[in-house]
Design a protein around this ligand. Structure first.
Ligand SMILES: Cc1cc2nc3c(=O)[nH]c(=O)nc-3n(C[C@H](O)[C@H](O)[C@H](O)COP(=O)(O)OP(=O)(O)OC[C@H]3O[C@@H](n4cnc5c(N)ncnc54)[C@H](O)[C@@H]3O)c2cc1C
Length: 593
C-alpha cells in the first residue's frame, strides 16, 4: 500500500470540502481526496442561490434569517448554530465575492437577491429577497471560485481517489484508505485531522435530484467506525422534481413568481399555506403535492402536477397580489437559464410556453455525522469530541437544518461551517502530535475489496440497489407509518444479508473497476438507508420532513430532541440514544405559512 502523510486531510471536494481545504491550508499541510474530479461535485448542480441577509433590495436582518431557519426546521434546529449560520452568512458571501464569484447585480452594482421558500420579513410574514445568486448557476460558480482559490493556495489534490475506510486509533482519527480509481491501487493516508465533506445520499431513493455519486460514503464510514449518525429520519423531499426523472427544478422558479397548478387548473397552495402559498417550506409543499396526487388531482389523472412559469400566468398572479413587477421571456431565459435548458433537454418542455410536469423528489439529508459548531465530530449525547475528526456540508449534522432545511441554506452551511471546520482542523493539526497508524491499518478493507472484486454470487448490485430504492420510496418517503417502516427495516436487513453472501459482480480487473466500487457504494447506501428507516420508525411524531400517518402531530413534550443512532460494538444491531435540542430566543410554536 502506498503511504502519504498530510497534517490535514479533506475527504470530498464539493463546496464544504473546498472551503475547509482553503482555510485549513492557510494553517497546515493539507490535501483533498475526491472520488470525482473536484468541479464535478454536486455543489456544482446547486441552482437557486445562497441565503444571506444583506438587505440589498429591501429591509432584512440576520435575526430574521435565524428565526426562519429555526421555524423552517420545525424547532429541531440547534439555535446557537442557526445564529452562527445567519450571522456569518453575510460575511461568507462577501468573502466569496472578494474571491471573484460573479454574482448577479442590482442596477446600483450590489449583489442581487431573490425570494426563496420560507425566507420572510418577520414583521409582515411576507417573502423577503435574501437569496444571492449568479443566474441559476450559483453552486457552479461557488465550486469554480473555491477550486481556483485552493489551487492558488497550493492545496494538494488527489482526484479520483475513492476513500473506503476511516482509521481510528485509541478513539482518535488518524487516517483513511483510498482506492486510486484509475489503477485500483490502495493508498494509506496518515493525518492529524480529517474532515469528511462527502455530501448526501439521495441515491437511497428511487426518484431523486441527486447525482449518481451521492451514496453516503463518509457517513457510512464514521458509522462503521462506531460513531453515531444524528437525525437520520429527517430527509427532505423537494417539491419540484421534473417528471419522470426527478431532476431538480429550482425553487428559484417559484421565487421569481412560478406557481403550482393541479389537474383541475387550481393554484392549490392557497389552500395549504394561505399566507405565503407556493413559497411555504419544502416539507409543507411536498406534502400538499402528495395529497393532491392522492386525491386524484394529478394532471390527466397521472402522478404529476404542473409548475407554471409562463409569463402570462405569472403576471396574472403578480397583478392579483398587487405587485407592480412583471416578467417576460427574456427574464426567464436569463434569470433561469439552466432551468430552461434542463426542462428542454430532459423533458422536451419549453418553460416559457408550457407548464412543467413535476413531482416530489428525494433531495437533501438534514441528518448526518454529528458535529459541534467548529465541525468537530462528536461521539455521544454529552457532545464528547472525537479528536481529529471533523465533518462539514451535507454529510454533517450541526444541527442547523433541524427537521427540514430551507432553500439556499445548504450553500450557506457549506461555506459557513466548511470554513469553521477548516480553520479548526488546520489549527488542531498544527498543535497536535501524530497519532500512529495501527499496525493492521487497511488490512480489513483490503480483504473486503478483494471479496467484492471476486464475488460470484447470483445477486447483482444494480438489482439490489433498485430494490432498496423502491422500498425507501414506498415505505420511507413523504408520508410514513409504523407497518411500512417495520417492513422496510426487515427488507433492508435481508438486502444486507444478500449483499454479504450472495453478491456477484462481473469485472475482476483493477483499473477503473467501477463495478466493484459501485458495489462498495451500495454497501454504504444500505447502511445509511437502514439507519434512516430505523430512526424514523422509532420517532412517534410528525415534524418537518418526517410526516407520520399514525402520529400526525408534532410532540414537543416527548420529541424535542435529536436522535443518535449507532452500531452496537458486538453486532449489527442499531442502538438509539437522544440528546436535547439547544434552545435560544425561540420557543416552539405551531408553524403557520
Ligand atoms: C440539483 C440540486 C440543486 C441544489 N440547489 C441548491 C441551492 O440552490 N441552494 C442550496 O443551498 N442548496 C442546493 N442544493 C443542495 C446543495 O447543493 C448540497 O447540499 C451541497 O452542494 C452539498 O455540498 P457538499 O460539499 O456537502 O457535497 P458535494 O458537493 O455533494 O460533494 C461531495 C464530495 O465528496 C466526494 N466524495 C464522496 N464520497 C467520497 C469517497 N468515498 N471518497 C472520496 N471522495 C468522496 C465527491 O467526490 C465530492 O467531491 C442542491 C442540490 C441539488 C442536488
Amino acid at each position: 500500500m502506498k503511504q502519504h502523510q498530510y497534517e490535514a486531510l479533506i475527504v470530498g471536494a464539493g463546496g464544504a470540502g473546498l472551503m475547509a481545504a482553503l482555510h485549513a491550508s492557510q494553517r497546515a499541510k493539507t490535501a483533498v481526496l475526491s472520488k470525482l474530479y473536484p468541479t464535478r461535485s454536486h455543489t456544482g448542480a446547486a441552482l437557486g442561490g445562497i441565503g444571506a441577509a444583506l438587505g440589498n433590495l429591501e429591509e432584512d436582518k440576520w435575526e430574521w434569517h435565524a428565526f426562519d431557519t429555526v421555524k423552517g426546521g420545525d424547532y429541531l434546529v440547534d439555535q446557537d448554530a442557526a445564529d452562527i449560520l445567519a450571522k456569518e452568512a453575510i460575511d461568507a458571501v462577501i468573502e466569496l465575492e472578494h474571491f471573484g464569484l460573479p454574482f448577479d447585480r442590482t442596477p446600483e452594482g450590489k449583489i442581487s437577491q431573490r425570494r426563496f421558500g420560507g425566507h420572510t420579513n418577520n414583521d409582515t410574514g411576507k417573502p423577503v429577497r435574501r437569496a444571492c445568486h449568479a443566474a441559476d448557476r450559483t453552486g457552479h460558480m461557488i465550486l469554480q471560485t473555491l477550486y481556483q482559490q485552493c489551487i492558488k493556495n497550493n492545496v494538494a489534490f488527489f482526484d479520483e481517489f475513492h476513500v473506503v475506510d476511516l482509521i481510528l486509533n485509541n478513539g482518535k482519527a488518524c487516517g483513511v484508505v483510498a482506492v486510486q480509481i484509475g489503477t485500483g491501487e490502495l493508498h494509506l493516508f496518515h493525518a492529524k485531522s480529517i474532515v469528511f465533506a462527502t455530501g448526501g445520499w439521495g441515491k437511497c431513493w428511487e426518484t431523486t435530484s441527486n447525482a449518481h455519486s451521492l451514496t453516503g460514503d463518509g457517513s457510512a464510514l464514521t458509522y462503521r467506525a462506531g460513531l453515531p449518525l444524528e437525525d437520520m429520519e429527517f430527509y427532505q423531499f423537494h417539491p419540484t422534481g421534473l417528471y419522470p426523472t426527478g431532476f431538480l427544478i429550482t425553487e428559484g422558479v417559484r421565487g421569481e413568481g412560478g406557481v403550482l397548478i393541479n389537474g383541475k387548473g387550481q393554484r392549490f397552495m392557497e389552500k395549504y399555506a394561505p399566507k405565503i402559498k407556493d413559497l411555504a417550506s419544502r416539507d409543507v409543499v411536498s406534502r400538499a403535492i402528495t395529497l393532491e396526487l392522492r386525491a386524484g388531482n394529478g394532471i390527466n389523472g397521472k402522478r404529476y402536477l404542473y409548475l407554471d412559469l409562463r409569463p402570462e400566468t405569472v403576471n396574472r398572479y403578480l397583478a392579483e397580489a398587487g405587485e407592480s413587477r412583471r416578467i417576460d421571456a427574456h427574464f426567464i431565459e436569463t434569470k433561469l437559464a439552466e432551468t430552461c435548458d434542463q426542462a428542454r433537454t430532459y423533458a422536451g418542455i419549453d418553460p416559457v410556453h408550457e407548464p412543467m410536469p413535476i413531482q416530489p423528489t428525494a433531495h437533501y439529508a438534514m441528518g448526518g455525522i454529528p458535529t459541534n459548531n467548529d465541525g468537530q465530530g462528536i461521539s455521544d449525547a454529552q457532545n464528547t469530541v472525537v479528536p481529529g475528526l471533523y465533518a462539514a456540508g451535507e454529510c454533517a449534522c450541526v444541527s442547523v437544518h433541524g427537521a427540514n432545511r430551507l432553500g439556499t441554506n445548504s450553500l450557506v452551511d457549506l461555506v459557513v461551517f466548511g470554513r469553521r471546520a477548516g480553520k479548526h482542523a488546520g489549527d488542531y493539526a498544527k498543535g497536535a502530535d501524530w497519532t500512529p497508524l495501527p499496525a493492521d491499518a487497511g488490512k480489513h478493507i483490503e480483504a473486503e475489496l478483494n471479496r467484492l472484486r471476486n464475488a460470484n454470487g447470483k445477486v447483482k448490485p444494480y438489482t439490489l440497489r433498485q430494490k432498496m430504492q423502491q422500498v425507501m420510496m414506498d415505505k420511507v418517503g413523504v408520508f410514513r407509518n409504523e407497518a411500512d417502516m417495520k417492513q422496510a427495516v426487515e427488507d433492508l436487513r435481508e438486502m444486507k444479508r444478500q449483499f454479504k453472501t450472495e453478491l456477484g459482480i462481473d469485472d475482476r480487473g483493477l483499473k477503473f473497476n467501477t463495478d466493484m466500487l459501485e458495489a462498495w457504494e451500495l454497501g454504504a447506501l444500505l447502511d445509511v438507508a437502514e439507519v434512516t428507516a430505523y430512526s424514523a420508525l422509532h420517532r412517534t411524531e410528525s415534524r418537518g420532513g418526517h410526516a407520520r400517518e399514525d402520529y400526525e402531530k408534532r410532540d414537543d413534550v416527548n420529541w424535542l430532541k435529536h436522535t443518535l443512532a449507532s452500531k452496537s460494538a458486538d453486532s449489527d444491531e442499531i442502538k438509539l440514544d437522544y440528546k436535547p435540542v439547544v434552545m435560544g430566543r425561540h420557543q416552539p410554536k405551531e408553524r403557520v405559512y
